[in-house]
Design a protein around this ligand. Structure first.
Ligand code: ADP
Length: 398
């Protein structure tokens, strides 16, 4: 019987499963979307069939349906040998991935106040998977863990110290699994070891964040207490002046409404008034839709500013790395961003930057560029699968 690893990723209204073999090659994946809504559905990747779920289906029901579908279709012949869960917030408790037990689950629950949309659904995925596979060692991999190496000067806000001491208000950072993967992959591409490689890693998907990694360790990052801070994102504003809460209160808009707009109706969607999808925005801009071009301009300029800011944490730079749906696929966004960074010495090769196709990572800078610029596809599921196998191995030995 073959060893397999199941990766479980619960979002606020979605659940994704990925199954890997013992060489960490992906065997199958399946997902459920619109959970909690009336048109919830599930499907197995590569199959046409849409599996309807009960209206308002929970993560629990979705997990059971997806596992049954993988089994029915012969994609999961036996129980996995290890299971890895993505958990968004590990607070200051978790500096690395851990095997799940009751204490760990309590600690994840304790962090829920910091990620109310994510940690509770991560936990419901964990509980449902434990019920299905009670004998299988399960691992939690945290989005925040990689950033627990941030020095105080980078993680503290200039707020009353008691707010940090009593309530844990500080910068945590997110997308840690993706940034950690970039650090390892960039080192591999550059022929170096991760422990001697320093990069700036820009993860640009629906959520966007940028991290300074010095000798393999996260030393600064753009997301903060929550994943709202920093870069312009699909629907999230990134940095704003917190004074706007008081100003908008004077206009009759309550804080929770401002919070909702900053998270759900801002970013590329807010600026363009059309869409949070970068590919569509580029098409709209090409057809002369000015607000879409403005959204792209603000996105790239903010990103370039942050590249400059991240350099304050490094003493050498081996590469600037682009990843995520936008970072991997949009030559235009890479070019517009790098255009702001000529003074520092970044320069792209027009041809290498435009090149498309299957790749596991490539260089796109011009020969005159002071620093390499890399495009590397992220693979957070693979990182989670590796961690789950590693810890299941230690559990077996223990
Ligand atoms: P998520 O954060 O949900 O995992 P992804 O990493 O898949 O998101 O990134 C989604 C974003 O990538 C969308 O804005 C999408 O338009 C963008 N994207 C994908 N392909 C392209 C492309 N060829 N050009 C521009 N943007 C692209």
């Amino acid at each position: 019987m073959e060893d397999t690893v199941l990766v479980v990723n619960c979002g606020s209204s979605s659940l994704k499963l990925a199954l890997f073999d013992d060489q960490h090659r992906k065997l199958a994946s399946a997902l459920a979307e619109r959970l909690g809504q009336k048109d919830a559905f599930a499907r197995v990747e590569g199959r046409e069939e849409i599996i309807p779920l009960d209206p308002g289906a929970s993560h629990d029901q979705a997990l059971n349906t997806l596992v049954a579908a993988l089994r029915d279709q012969g994609l999961m012949a036996s129980a996995p040998t290890a299971i890895g869960h993505r958990v968004v917030h590990g607070g200051e408790t978790f500096r690395e991935a851990v095997l799940l037990d009751d204490d760990v689950m309590d600690a994840i629950e304790d962090c829920a106040g910091l990620a109310p949309l994510h940690n509770p659904v991560n936990l419901s995925g964990i509980r449902a998977t434990l019920a299905q596979f009670p004998e299988v060692p399960q691992t939690a991999v945290f989005d925040t863990a990689f950033h627990q190496t941030l020095p105080k000067r980078a993680f503290l806000y200039a707020l009353p110290e008691a707010w940090y001491r009593d309530w844990g208000i500080r910068r945590y950072g997110f997308h840690g699994t993706s940034h950690a993967f970039m650090a390892a992959e960039a080192a591999r591409l550059l022929g170096k070891t991760p422990a001697t490689t320093s990069i700036i890693s820009a993860h640009l998907g629906n959520g966007c964040s940028i991290t300074a990694i010095r000798d393999g360790i996260s030393v600064d990052t753009s997301m903060g207490l929550t994943p709202l801070e920093g870069l312009v994102m699909g629907t999230r504003s990134g940095d704003v002046d917190p004074g706007l809460f008081d100003f908008l209160r004077s206009k009759g808009i309550a804080a929770d409404e401002v919070h909702r707009v900053l998270n759900q109706e801002s970013g590329l969607l807010g600026l363009s008034g059309q869409t949070n999808d970068m590919r569509s925005l580029c098409e709209l801009a090409d057809h002369g839709h000015e607000p879409s071009q403005t959204a792209i301009d603000v996105f790239c300029f903010r990103l370039a500013r942050y590249v400059g800011a991240m350099m304050a944490s490094l003493s050498q730079l081996d590469a600037l790395v682009f990843t995520g749906g936008i970072g991997e696929n949009s030559a235009r966004i890479r070019a517009e961003t790098i255009n702001h960074l000529k003074l520092i010495g970044f320069e792209l090769s027009h041809d290498l930057n435009k090149h498309h196709g299957e790749f596991s990572g490539r260089r796109v800078e011009s020969p005159d560029s002071r620093f390499p610029v890399l495009v590397i596809p992220t693979n957070e599921e693979l990182v989670i699968a590796r961690e789950a196998s590693r810890l299941a191995g230690t559990a077996a030995l223990g």
